[in-house]
Ligand binder design. Structure first.
Ligand SMILES: C[C@@H](CC(=O)O)C(=O)C(=O)O
Ligand SMILES: [Zn+2]
Length: 323
């Protein structure tokens, strides 16, 4: 009996396929990872030694630690890069950072009432979070995950984020430029992933926009006039439960929700830098085409010294010549 049911999932009108599930020692696993294909991995015991990381335990061992908490007026926590907000830009995000000490965060979500702002703790695991949590951190199954890092020739581990979400919280559709092994400790999260080849259906914001890497499409109320190809998007769905590990390949779009009525969720991600590509092979891989498009946008914004001119120049290049 799974610890969740279908009516805990938010309703979207998106075609959905399933993501394969494999045991951590299945010989087929490595080919999924090395081919940048998502897979749900069971039995790795990657974070089994920290299943005790619930609010009470963490309150006990990091109550006065100041954590990065995001506050949102609705259920969506759309990430933005504050460094990309320019003075003459009117940018009014729905969610914003509101650092607070852990005990305050724990109390707020414990006493949360409908209508209150929602909270999402997203804290980089480093040695500022107290020696207990650091001591637990060393008990992750590092041998296993480092063996995968080696087989896949990923770059170094760049960071672990501890994520504590209220039930129903959503991280809207976006992509990251790093490989991600995402581990669940408590509760259930639903992922909807889209391959880089569906870039045209998901309309990410321009690279120089604060919402860089985030899809412009509001899954709760898609604007099919502005984003007509979203109708063709086909997602890959998976529910990640305690001790599961989901491999999210870099440049794959993902929408993530903590199941409704499922209580708060605790997760840890393992972000690895992309490995160096020895030799570019043709035809290009879909994620490599995204990297090229990002570089074109960056180069044009740089050369024109005005990101708002990038669209016009691309239109001039394209219309009547490549169309
Ligand atoms: C923050 C996380 C999504 C979530 O768990 O809400 C994510 O996007 C990632 O690990 O790349
Ligand atoms: Zn992400």
């Amino acid at each position: 009996m799974a610890g969740w049911n279908e009516n805990q999932l938010r309703k979207y009108n998106i075609k959905l396929e399933k993501i394969p599930t494999l045991q951590y020692d299945d010989p087929k696993l490595d080919s999924h990872l090395t081919n940048n294909y998502p897979v749900l991995i069971k039995g790795s015991k990657l974070v089994s030694r920290v299943l005790k990381w619930d609010l009470d335990y963490l309150k006990q061992h990091m109550s006065s630690v100041c954590c990065n908490v995001i506050v949102s007026k609705n259920h969506k926590f759309k990430y933005y890069d504050p460094k990309k907000i320019t003075p003459n830009m009117t940018f009014k995000p729905i969610s914003r950072p509101s650092p607070m000490i852990f005990s305050e965060f724990a109390d707020k979500i414990t006493n949360w009432k409908k209508g209150d702002s929602r909270l999402y703790l997203q804290q980089v695991l480093n040695n500022t979070i107290g020696q207990h949590v650091v001591r637990d951190f060393v008990m992750f199954n590092w041998d296993w995950i480092m063996s995968k890092q080696k087989i896949c020739k990923w770059g170094p581990l760049s960071s672990n984020l501890i994520l504590i979400a209220q039930e129903g919280n959503v991280t809207p559709c976006h992509y990251d430029e790093q490989q991600n092994m995402f581990a669940s400790i408590r509760g259930y999260k639903r992922f909807i992933l889209f391959p880089p080849s569906q870039f045209e259906c998901l309309y990410p914001h321009p690279v120089h926009h604060p919402y860089d890497r985030q899809s412009q499409v509001d899954f709760d109320n898609p604007d099919f006039t502005k984003f007509p190809k979203f109708k063709e998007a086909c997602g890959y769905e998976v529910i990640v439960g305690p001790e599961d590990v989901l491999y999210i390949p870099m440049y794959w779009f993902h929408h993530v929700e903590s199941l409704k009525h499922g209580g708060y969720t605790v997760s840890i991600n393992f972000w690895f830098k992309a490995g160096s590509v020895e030799k570019i092979e043709y035809p290009l891989l879909d994620y490599q085409r995204m990297v090229i498009m990002r570089n074109v946008e960056k180069m044009l914004a740089e050369a024109l010294h005005d990101p708002s001119e990038v669209g016009n120049m691309l239109k001039t290049i394209f219309l009547g010549r490549y169309s």
